[in-house]
Write a protein that binds this ligand. Structure first.
Ligand SMILES: [Zn+2]
Length: 255
């Protein structure tokens, strides 16, 4: 089963879920994890997409963890998260340090990230730079998850866009609760440096890598480019199966 751990349906595309599902299916993806960013998209909207997609979408929640410092209208993040999981049935949490205005190792994240662990869901963080102007690049450095992994040992932390040229692989290797998601950065660096993908997967641990493309409507090329660096990587069929879906199925409780 092919699971894309990083996709988006944006707020302006909520009525295009059928097209989204047709497109990912044509690209060979069985299930797409759809990631919202609070407060720009509601958890209810994600739950509605899941219902419409008939099994092809795994919905994640998002909450604003630090509203006081960002001026973003506040809902209680713990209440919002519990509702999203227990009532709406969402399967994970997405947080974005640059857009939501926090550093990845801020101790103030501990209540909401630990709560996710208690609820049995993984937390995926945007890591690295982003194309927008929001936030300090420093706040999104993937290596900062080293601290959070220690502060929240019972929560699965997924480094989104985890740069294979960074120290991210050492985080995955040293922390049982840290996983690396591949979107954007693996296609970029893997295409430039032959052998890189196989080496990083092997050193981080094939059970710690989650295939993700950052697909959204009209971004088919992101899937094609990410697929290309993995299918040409020289990884064993067993390791590829873990990366392409086995690890995600395990984390998300899918069969
Ligand atoms: Zn994304």
């Amino acid at each position: 089963m092919r699971i894309d751990f990083h996709t988006h349906i944006w707020n302006t595309q909520l009525d295009e879920v059928d097209t989204f599902v047709q497109n990912i299916t044509a690209l060979g993806i069985d299930k797409a994890v759809v990631l919202p960013i609070a407060p720009y998209m509601s958890n209810q909207a994600v739950a509605d997409l899941v219902t419409k997609a008939d099994g092809a979408i795994v919905g994640f929640a998002s909450v604003v963890p630090f509203a006081e410092t960002t001026g973003i209208p506040r809902e209680d993040p713990l209440e919002t998260l519990a509702h999203a999981v227990n009532v709406l049935g969402l399967k994970g949490l997405k947080l974005h340090p640059l857009i939501q205005g926090f550093a990845l190792n801020d101790p103030g994240l501990v209540p909401v990230v630990s709560a996710a662990g208690d609820l049995g869901i993984p937390v995926i963080f945007h890591t690295g730079p982003s194309n927008g102007r929001a936030g300090r690049l420093e706040n999104g450095r993937v290596e900062l998850l080293d601290d959070l992994a220690v502060m929240c040992p019972n929560t699965v932390l997924v480094a989104g866009h985890a740069n294979p040229m960074s120290d991210a692989l050492y985080l995955a290797r040293k922390h049982p609760n840290v996983y690396l998601e591949t979107s954007i950065s693996w296609a970029r660096w893997g295409a430039l440096i032959p052998g890189l993908v196989k080496q990083v997967v092997t050193e981080a641990g094939p059970d710690k890598i989650l295939y993700g493309s950052d697909f959204s409507l009209d971004r088919d090329q992101r899937v094609i480019d990410t697929d290309a660096v993995f299918t040409s990587s020289g990884l064993s069929a067993g390791d590829l199966e873990l990366v392409f879906g086995g690890n995600a199925a395990r984390l998300l409780g899918l069969s």
